[in-house]
Design a protein around this ligand. Structure first.
Ligand code: ACO
Length: 380
């Protein structure tokens, strides 16, 4: 029998990619040559999208053209709005998004065209449409009419505008922009791998993105941001952190959601940026309770031998939960927001996969029984 890869494919390199470098030992992340810290400080999400789709930063005209195209393409076919209104209001927003993006393919004239040009057009269109779907869904489930995107806004502003129906609040849209920049791309994470496996069969971009959304949904991956917030809410007060940690982590078998990572064995650089954003937002909002709970729990873990030995640090989902909660996003919309960002990375990888494609098809060692004889059903 062939040697089996480590469980969870740990340490297996499956492709070469130009999109991003994740250095887990040193806690570094680079998109197309640019350190994440510089992008978080300076970039508009649309600039990062251009960078990941084209391998270089846009000039002023190119950036304005992409911003405006995304804002225009973000409008949903009217059939999609009707469809969203028909979904059960209690549906999980990630289940809703997975279904809606799958349905979008049927209204997209490019859906079965796998040329580079068509895939670039779809990447732009789906990025805009996912933003509108997320905002529209949050309104529809609250009994409000969805709002169409505005052509003069950038994607983060449009999201806040379509959620609230009001002139986008600068603090909230800037926080969303930084969040989207940080979450846009991340090497061969589970959802990106799923997207690449899907399109490597020759399937289409929408199918690849749907695979990505379905994979992101799990609590070990993108679902961890909502789980982290549920955990902070359960703790409820900074004074409860020590007792909660002792009962649930030291004496129980729970995990701290938003801590640990397959690749990072040092602090996730995105967590460092989001920690300072969360702190600033908490201070300016006048409610520092949730930030203090998160900070105190992270400190308890950092001082604990179990976490030290296993090199477990906060990942991107830990402090992002505080950022998103502080700007009043519903907790179950956190993971859809992650998808709003990562659709750029998924589509960049899908385009990269198509450029040098071969079916992704690993093997498995059979360890089941052999030589059994067929018995007719009425004799079993
Ligand atoms: N709390 C407590 N212990 C943990 C945690 C945690 N958050 N994460 C890992 N461990 C422990 C495990 O129990 C295991 O201990 P053992 O060696 O004694 O069995 C060891 O650390 C290694 O854990 P694995 O699950 O084998 O590591 P893996 O690389 O497979 O998993 C994962 C990584 C899923 C992220 C894990 O750390 C985890 O469950 N974290 C919480 C969920 C989370 O935050 N997910 C988001 C990840 S980032 C992202 O996808 C955007």
């Amino acid at each position: 029998m062939a040697e089996v890869a480590k469980k969870g494919l740990e340490g297996i390199v499956v492709a070469e990619s130009k999109t991003s470098l994740v250095n887990g030992a040193e806690g570094k992340l680079v998109y197309e040559g640019y350190p994440i810290e510089e992008l978080a400080e300076n970039a508009l999400f649309e600039e990062v999208a251009f960078l990941l789709w084209n391998g270089r930063l846009p000039n002023k005209a190119e950036l304005e053209s992409l911003r405006s195209t995304i804002a225009t393409e973000a409008a949903l076919p009217k059939e999609m709005i009707a469809q969203l209104k028909s979904y059960p209001v209690k549906a999980d927003p990630m289940a809703m998004l997975r279904t809606a993006v799958s349905a979008l393919a049927m209204y997209d004239a490019d859906s079965e065209d796998q040329s580079v040009e068509a895939n670039r057009r779809k990447a732009i269109r789906i990025t805009g449409q996912i933003t509108t779907i997320c905002a529209a869904w949050d309104r529809i489930r609250k009994g409000k009419e969805p709002i169409a995107p505005r052509k003069d806004l950038n994607l983060s502003q449009n999201f806040i505008y379509m959620l609230s129906g009001e002139e986008p609040d600068a603090t909230a849209s800037e926080a969303i922009n930084v969040y989207l920049v940080l979450l846009a791309e991340h090497g061969m994470n589970a959802s990106t791998f799923a997207s690449r496996v899907t399109v490597a069969t020759g399937s289409d971009m929408h199918s690849g993105i749907v695979s990505g959304i379905g994979t992101l949904k799990g609590p070990s991956h993108g679902g961890a941001n909502a789980e982290a917030m549920h955990m902070f809410l359960e703790i409820g007060d900074p004074n409860n952190v020590d007792a909660w940690f002792k009962k649930n982590i030291k004496e129980g078998d729970r995990r701290i959601m938003g801590i640990g990572h397959r690749i990072y064995k040092a602090l996730d650089p995105r967590a460092a940026i989001l920690e300072s954003k969360a702190k600033a937002l908490a201070e300016s909002s006048g409610n520092e309770k949730w930030f203090q709970i998160a900070k105190k729990l992270a400190e308890a873990a950092r001082a604990d031998q179990y976490f030290i030995e296993r090199k477990l640090f906060p990942n991107v989902d830990y402090y992002s939960a505080i950022v998103l909660y502080t700007i009043h996003l519903d907790v179950d919309m956190f993971t859809p927001l992650f998808a709003m960002a990562r659709v750029v990375g998924w589509s960049a990888h899908i385009i990269e996969q198509f450029a040098n494609n071969r079916l992704i098809r690993p093997d498995v060692n059979y360890v089941g029984p052999m030589g059994l004889q067929w018995t007719p059903v009425d004799q079993r």
